[in-house]
Write a protein that binds this ligand. Structure first.
Ligand code: EPZ
Length: 419
């Protein structure tokens, strides 16, 4: 898909089913490297990053294929390849970094190109290296290639100075394979970390404190393949949720994991939305025009997710009044503002981390270009709200995380095509 064409400014109406979570699928796929036998993963989204993870696992000798309902992974034949592998996949996707913990757990060593991902800040990996280093992993870097070796991978008492999602996942992946117990204090509590812990527990791992900031992992238990349903994607659900609040109308988001979206729903209510939840999903009714929400801070879970910050920018752009948004997780996550300004949004950068959005009563469709995943999805959302036609280029970024953004919006009544 090169471009998305959307003709906006009509209230949303209808329902769509929320896909499986990208950020839960990726570390769980990496975890399959640590298991014996076959794993069946249900609701594993058909997105670019997942496809890249398949290639990485396959190049390590794992069998990975899709059936009608599931992704089947069997790591029995996995072998360490001395050369760095599939460098396009590694440098193009940050979550290849999850393979670090999984490869160390499986092979006692790893070789990776410095992992890439969306251009949303410097994104260092010092915490990953520090935590794994304390578990006995020795790192070296040669010409941008990271070498890791653990002659003796051992459990440890670790304190994370910041609850990094990726570093927490890497520690868990190494800890289940290490000799002895690991206690991780200051762990990230994101639902995707919880999903990884539940998956590994289903495989036979012993993990206590799941969902808290203190995890205790008993290392060395044999892990066996299992069947597991990937949780629904809270960020995709949030994307359509804020689109409806900006555009008006009423929609039902089937399977939306609203239990993990407390702060997101609170922001939706502050914009003036009416919300109902039940065991099947999330119902939202947008106001005639959203009201500005004062000041919003992004934060680690359970705070407001940075991955929805761009989409809130869009809704705030058409709200009545002024909204300040402070990005506390990543620097460089306001890149989309420039494109939104071309659609008529009044967004000013107050400092590196804060923007002021003065709501206008209309955005106007125009050609825009996605430069990263969540900003790209927000541009499509802006097109849904805008008068006239919006053409979004750079769709390869959006395809990294959204399985069927055009089909979903069509089910919600939007005139949208992707080609
Ligand atoms: C995960 O990234 C997600 N990616 C991101 O989603 C999400 O935005 C982020 O968590 C925060 O929720 C995946 O799960 C694949 P972090 P991750 O380590 O693990 C700094 C999306 O759009 N930091 O919690 O990379 C880092 O620079 C993506 O789906 C260090 O300083 O996030 C950042 O400022 C984008 N040193 C902050 O911590 C480190 O060693 C949060 O990073 C690691 C991180």
């Amino acid at each position: 898909m090169d471009r998305i064409h959307v003709v906006g400014n009509i209230p949303l109406q209808g329902k769509c089913k929320i896909q499986g979570s990208k950020n839960a699928s990726l570390p769980i796929l990496a975890a399959c490297l640590l298991t014996e036998g076959t794993t069946g993963l249900y609701r594993c989204p058909r997105i670019r990053d997942v496809q890249s993870m398949f290639s990485l696992l396959q190049s390590l000798g794992c069998s990975v294929f899709r059936t009608k309902d599931a992704v089947m992974v069997d790591s029995t034949g996995a072998l360490f390849c001395g050369d760095r592998f599939c460098s396009v996949e590694v440098t193009g996707m940050r979550s290849s970094l999850c393979l670090l913990g999984a490869m160390i757990g499986r092979f006692g060593r790893a070789v990776l190109d410095y992992p890439g991902g969306c251009v949303i800040g410097a994104r260092p990996i010092d915490l990953h290296l520090k935590m794994l280093g304390e578990m006995g992993v020795v790192f070296s870097e040669e010409e941008g290639v990271l070498h890791a070796c653990a002659k003796h991978l051992r459990g440890a008492r670790l304190v994370l100075p910041f609850p990094s999602v990726g570093a927490t996942e890497n520690v868990i992946l190494a800890a289940v394979a290490a000799e002895g117990d690991t206690t991780l204090i200051g762990a990230a509590r994101e639902p995707e970390v919880t999903a990884l812990c539940h998956f590994l527990s289903d495989c036979g791992a012993k993990i206590e404190g799941i969902g808290t900031d203190c995890l205790h992992v008993e290392g060395g238990h044999r892990l066996f393949g299992t069947d597991y349903a990937i949780p629904a994607d809270r960020i995709v659900a949030g994307t359509y949720f804020f689109a409806c609040i900006g555009a008006g109308g009423q929609i039902f988001l089937e399977d939306a994991p609203w239990q993990e979206m407390e702060n997101v729903l609170a922001v939706g209510k502050a914009f003036g939305a009416k919300i109902c939840t039940n065991h099947r999903g999330l119902y939202v009714q947008g106001p005639d025009r959203p009201k500005a929400i004062g000041t919003l801070f992004t934060d680690v879970y359970p705070g407001f997710p940075t991955d929805l910050q761009s989409m809130v920018l869009v809704t705030a752009a058409v709200a009545e009044g002024e909204t300040r948004i402070r990005e506390q997780i990543f620097e460089n996550r306001f890149q989309v503002s420039e494109e939104l300004q071309r659609m008529g949004a009044d967004i000013r950068l107050l400092d590196e981390k804060t923007v002021l959005v003065r709501g206008t009563d209309r955005l106007t469709g125009t050609p825009v270009r996605a430069r990263e995943l969540r900003g790209g999805a927000a541009l499509v959302g802006a097109g849904v709200l805008a008068r006239g036609e919006t053409v979004v280029g750079g769709c390869e970024f959006i395809e990294r995380g959204y399985e069927r953004i055009c089909a979903d919006y069509r089910e919600l009544g939007v005139r949208i095509t992707g080609a």
